[in-house]
Design a protein around this ligand. Structure first.
Ligand code: ADP
Ligand code: MG
Length: 351
């Protein structure tokens, strides 16, 4: 009945193909009414257009699932922060396309005995973000869970079709920018897990970076509106992993200048005190939710000036290369290809 290769595929486990291999495996045969689909699986958002009543606009849609004990620990984040973060990480994907967020839907699975004052706080946190970014909460679904809390948020946003920035637009020679310091959230997680000691004030800043990420919607709009950039992504899984997505989709490579990777004063003090390498955390740590974008050289001066005028100058950290792979150039001039990737929910078993 079944071909042999089909049987082999069925016997494989998720760990053998990994999270991203799995996503690739489901990408085929998804479109049965493709007319309006501009981007399906494979970027920060799906893009659908033209969008209803708005001339030249497209619809951006993204969804994320957060699971207790995988994405968050109830004892390490307040319920209000958790609600806000669940929305923030989705808004970050809208920011990464250069869009404006408009509506969210929230689906929950709650374990038996879930305290209602906790859930009130979760929703208060969600609504804090909705208020701040002018977003409506329009619906969702409620179910029970055999164990732990599940929170799924879906966001709809919009953008002018010609302003949308995809992962696939980068070309050799383009300069690479990030919108803020990296590695704070990863350090915050280490502090929350008790893996490192830290003085109170450092701790507060770094833990806040992990528990209270801010989606960079304004920065994303600015980059997109300028029409001077070629590709964009949000840094959710770590600089290297997300830059790798841009390289793969654009069929290019990249060179990162290590000393240009921006690190906060707090992260560098923490690393100094604990004899750790701050750059390592900035390159591989996840959940920063800054934006990474690429810009053709001829547009660099103009976009830097425009973004600087808004008070948050971006950091230029390297350039796109024709040669594939991501290379790191250290201050001593030695360089090497980087193989470390970011977070995969299904890493291969240790050998
Ligand atoms: P991000 O980190 O920006 O949220 P992901 O790596 O989670 O992106 O997803 C990459 C792409 O794969 C997106 O287009 C997303 O919609 C799609 N995707 C992820 N998981 C699934 C799934 N289970 N079914 C269909 N599409 C998926
Ligand atoms: Mg993303």
């Amino acid at each position: 009945l079944f071909g042999a290769s089909n049987m082999d595929q069925e016997k494989k486990t998720i760990e053998e193909i990994g999270e991203f291999g799995f996503i690739r495996s489901i990408m085929e045969k998804c479109l049965y009414s493709p007319e309006s689909v501009i981007q399906g699986i494979g970027d920060d958002c799906a893009v659908i257009g033209p969008y209803g009543p708005y001339e030249g606009k497209v619809l951006l849609i993204t969804t994320d699932l957060l699971i207790e004990d995988i994405h968050f620990l109830m004892g390490k984040i307040t319920p209000r922060e958790l609600g806000a973060k669940a929305v923030a990480v989705n808004l970050s994907d809208i920011a990464a396309m250069g869009g404006t967020a408009r509506h969210i839907f929230v689906s929950l699975a709650m374990p038996r005995g879930m305290a209602m004052d906790t859930m009130e706080e979760v929703y208060a946190g969600m609504k804090d973000l909705c208020r701040r970014y002018g977003v409506n909460l329009l619906g969702g679904d409620t179910s029970s869970s055999p164990r732990g809390l599940f929170i799924n948020v879906t966001v709809m946003g919009e953008a002018a079709e010609e302003e949308v920035l995809y992962r696939k637009g980068a070309s050799p020679g383009d300069l690479i920018y990030v919108t803020g310091t990296l590695g704070d959230a990863a350090a915050g997680l280490k502090l929350l897990k008790g893996e490192l000691p830290a003085p109170g004030d450092l701790r507060d800043v770094l833990v806040a970076a992990h528990n209270r990420p801010e989606p960079r919607l304004e920065a994303g709009r600015l980059v997109a509106q300028s029409r001077l950039a070629s590709a964009m992504i949000d840094i959710s899984d770590g600089l290297l992993a997300d830059l790798h997505h841009i390289c793969e989709e654009s069929k290019v490579g990249a060179q990162i200048l290590q000393e240009r990777v921006p690190v906060s004063r707090e992260l560098s003090s923490l690393c100094k005190a604990n004899d750790l390498n701050a750059f390592h955390m900035a390159l591989s740590g996840g959940e920063d939710y800054q934006l990474l974008f690429t810009v053709p050289k001829k547009n660099a001066e103009s976009i830097e000036r425009q973004i600087k005028q808004q008070g948050h100058p971006p950091f230029r950290i390297g350039k796109i290369t024709a040669e594939e792979g991501v290379r790191l150039v250290s201050p001593h001039g030695t360089d090497g290809e980087i193989t470390q990737r970011g977070f995969d929910h299904f890493p291969p078993p240790a050998r």
